[in-house]
Design a protein. Structure first.
Length: 480
């Protein structure tokens, strides 16, 4: 069976029983769905959530599916610490998608061309100041009118009414380039939005690839199998046959509308802009479709964005420092990046850091480079390296005016008392927390010998109870 949203959910509950919770009581789509995830997050729990009774819609909602590293690693069939390396390596070995017949495409079960109403879909309102419901786990497909290449990207979509929604592009998004090319021709931009698929597909759609197109091939590489495609209803676009929903339509030249606000991944409200209007002309879906959501600024949002970026950074760093070991863009601070290397030359740390910054110039604020004995997935280990191997005078580099101007990071704006703001550039830092390159010696790190640790059998331990002989008579603790 081809991989899809449902195969992933089945695999998750088999591998990690209890990792997806079901909510059968009625919930409002406005904050009701996200409140459950927020409540669990307060106790450090990041469960997948399936809502079977969303008021006003017959479709269930699944969210928070990719909010844990273990489920993300399962989706990629690798270990947690291998995620960026595996991602970065696989997307360089693309797998060509395959076309399937219409009757082999579950997403064609139901086709709606008349009386379209986006409100029939259980699209959530995520956070307190959000301007309305948003599609967040939506992979948008468009074709470059000049090259014919199909591009897939994940953008945010503010739903305005029954048949219209916005699409917000950031400066580097290829989707913006495609829409601009159609506009210069005076033509509409056909689009198709896929909702509900395997996490590896979504991470492929989020891949940072050179030029327009290649995301279906990257998704296939991450899935380990070709993405199945079928032709859309209203255009020649090819859409994922295993998706839960496909929303089709067009973007008319020059039609804009103010969207937002929306709580983006940095955890702030910043950008309300005039964005292109998407007019919906058709919806297809599985007969028993599940609506997939990613909570804005939630842990899933951060992991889904962070892992592909860490993979892209890993590829870039490896080009200049072949002995890169691991890369982590931590979900609690996607503005930071930790890179571990086997340092051979004094310049390796700085070369690795600038490769990372050049891969994510608009988002990264701090790159910390550490040695290969440091676990980049352990903040405590990284900070220990900073405390013992970093000298601020010698090892700190401030890169002025690196990020911005403007964008999603609050520091890329100047704020004024009258409530206005002006875009500005902000700086980034590089922290070299590595030991000197060989052959210079450095004090060794304390540790119990590995062979002794590996010899320990934890099954020989038992719980201390009140029946222990030392606790029955406290005097024995003194006399013995």
């Amino acid at each position: 069976m081809p991989k899809n949203l449902r195969t992933f959910m089945r695999d998750a509950i088999e591998r990690f029983p209890g990792s997806i919770k079901v909510i059968d009581v009625p919930v409002e789509r406005r904050f009701g769905i996200t409140a459950y995830a927020a409540k669990l997050a307060q106790t450090g729990e990041y469960k997948g959530l399936l809502f079977n009774n969303v008021i006003g819609s017959r479709f269930p909602v699944v969210t928070n599916l990719m909010s844990s590293y273990d489920r993300m690693a399962m989706a990629m069939n690798c270990g947690i610490e291998e995620l960026p390396q595996v991602y970065g390596t696989r997307v360089k070995k693309p797998i060509t998608p395959v076309t399937v017949a219409r009757d082999a495409a579950p997403v064609k079960d139901v086709v709606i061309r008349a009386d379209i109403d986006l409100a029939t879909l259980p699209i959530p309102v995520h956070n307190a100041l959000d301007g309305g419901p948003y599609l967040t786990a939506a992979a948008t497909v468009m074709r470059d009118p000049e090259t014919g290449a199909q591009n897939v990207g994940i953008y945010r979509h503010h739903v305005f009414n029954k048949t219209e929604m916005g699409v917000w592009f950031f400066g580097s998004h290829h989707g913006s380039d495609i829409v601009g090319r159609y506009e210069r021709r005076g033509e509409r931009t056909p689009f198709a939005i896929a909702i509900g698929h395997h996490p590896a597909f979504l991470m492929g759609a989020a891949a940072r690839l050179p030029g327009i197109g290649g995301e279906y091939e990257a998704a296939g590489a991450l899935l380990g199998e070709p993405v199945e495609l079928v032709e859309a209803e209203t255009s020649d676009l090819m859409v994922p046959a295993q998706a839960e929903f496909i929303i089709e339509g067009y973007i008319a030249p020059g039609q804009l509308r103010r969207e937002g606000p929306f709580g983006e991944w940095p955890g702030h409200y910043l950008n309300e802009e005039d964005v292109p209007i998407m007019t919906v002309t058709c919806i297809t879906h599985r007969r028993d479709a599940i609506f997939q959501d990613i909570i804005g600024a939630g842990r899933e949002h951060l992991l889904m964005g962070g892992i592909p970026r860490a993979g892209s950074i890993y590829r870039s760093v490896k080009d200049v420092v072949p002995d890169v070991v691991a890369v982590n863009v931590p979900p609690h601070s996607r503005m930071h990046c930790y890179v571990s290397i086997k340092r051979r030359h004094n310049v390796d740390a700085k070369r690795a850091a600038f490769a990372a910054l050049n891969t994510e110039p608009e988002n990264l604020r701090a790159v910390i480079v550490v040695d290969d004995d440091i676990n980049v997935y352990d903040d405590g280990d990284v900070l220990w390296a900073v405390g013992t191997r970093f000298d601020a005078t010698r090892d700190l580099t401030v890169v002025q005016g690196w990020s911005g101007p403007g964008g999603l990071l609050p520091t890329n704006w100047e704020y004024f008392a009258d409530g206005t703001k002006t875009a500005r550039a902000s700086s980034a830092i590089i922290i070299d927390a590595t030991k000197p390159a060989p052959p210079v010696p450095y004090p060794p790190r304390t540790q119990v010998p590995d062979d002794e640790v590996n010899r320990v059998d934890l099954g020989t331990m038992s719980d201390l109870t009140g029946a222990n002989e030392y606790l029955l008579d406290p005097a024995k603790l003194v006399t013995r």
